[in-house]
Design a protein around this ligand. Structure first.
Ligand SMILES: [Zn+2]
Length: 286
């Protein structure tokens, strides 16, 4: 699946599709609550109010470069999360089949350093974690990197140890600021709250505009309920503020919103509906 934004092309490659609901990450998004939002069906919830979600990467092709945004869960990693533990999925083959063999990637950008955004930074080779994308510069927001480097809780320290530290040790990391630009068309922008150094990715080309959310939202239902916080938010109040601002700035604007965990079509537009907002999938747009 891919989208054209001016001269930039953005592709999605899926690692995991989840059909088991979202209350583990969005406690307010119960089946009863989702059933009250019929506009979510069929792309983002089923008729029984079960939410659909996805773990995927976006590949941006811009100015002759290939930049991977977020690297999913990865293979062989010991994780305390069912379905994410010691995976052996075909993600790298799927990425290559989409036209992007690992050696062809020029840049890797993680919106934040959570487990499902850094996994494929590394892969297991001869019992060691080695960079999956050997030619790439890995871009991390400096504040995000410093925050997780200091974290001692093993749940996070293990992720940093197997998926961030090895690429840093290999000399492949550039620590950047929250407004860092990549070429003429791609720029980071700060969207803190979910994590302290969380960034989104703005793409502007040929008068067109798109934005990759990262985890400032986990599910399109949050367009209607921006106050629904994620159980993984480091600062839920800041995340709510960021979400309100983001929705206000995108509402009824010609900005293609690409949701980092949005299932199915994944991209679309935030539209005003009375006092509230909805997410209109790009495939449904008139
Ligand atoms: Zn995530």
């Amino acid at each position: 699946m891919s989208w054209q934004v001016g001269n930039v092309r953005i592709h999605k490659v899926v690692e995991i599709e989840m059909k088991s609901g979202v209350t583990w990450i969005l406690p307010d998004a119960t089946r009863e609550a989702l059933a009250r939002e019929p506009w979510l069906v069929p792309h983002f919830a089923d008729r029984d109010g079960r939410a659909l979600m996805s773990v995927h990467t976006f590949v941006i092709e811009a100015d002759g470069r290939r930049i991977l945004v977020d690297t999913c869960v990865g293979n062989d990693k010991k994780r305390p999360i069912p379905g994410w533990d010691r995976r052996s999925g075909p993600f790298l083959d799927d990425l290559a089949a989409a036209g992007f063999p690992a050696e062809s990637i020029d840049g890797v950008l993680c919106t934040h350093l959570h487990v499902d955004h850094v996994g494929w930074n590394t892969r297991l080779e001869g019992g060691r974690w080695v960079p999956t994308f050997p030619r790439a510069r890995y871009l991390f927001h400096r504040r995000e990197f410093d925050y997780w480097r200091a974290e001692e809780d093993p749940m996070f320290a293990d992720v940093f140890g197997d998926s961030v530290q090895p690429v840093f040790d290999a000399g492949l990391v550039d620590l950047v600021e929250a407004d860092h630009r990549i070429g003429d068309c791609v720029a980071l922008e700060p969207t803190p709250g979910h994590t302290p150094g969380h960034v989104s990715v703005r793409i502007r080309s040929g008068g067109q505009e798109a934005v990759i959310t990262g985890d400032l939202m986990h599910h399109p239902v949050q367009c209607a309920h921006p106050d629904w916080a994620s159980s993984a938010d480091v600062d839920a109040d800041q995340a709510r503020k960021t979400r309100h601002e983001f929705i206000r700035s995108c509402a009824d604007a010609p900005v293609l919103v690409l949701g980092t965990h949005f299932a199915g079509p994944s991209a679309g537009h935030i539209v005003r509906r009375g006092q509230s907002h909805q997410f209109q999938a790009a495939t449904d747009a008139a």
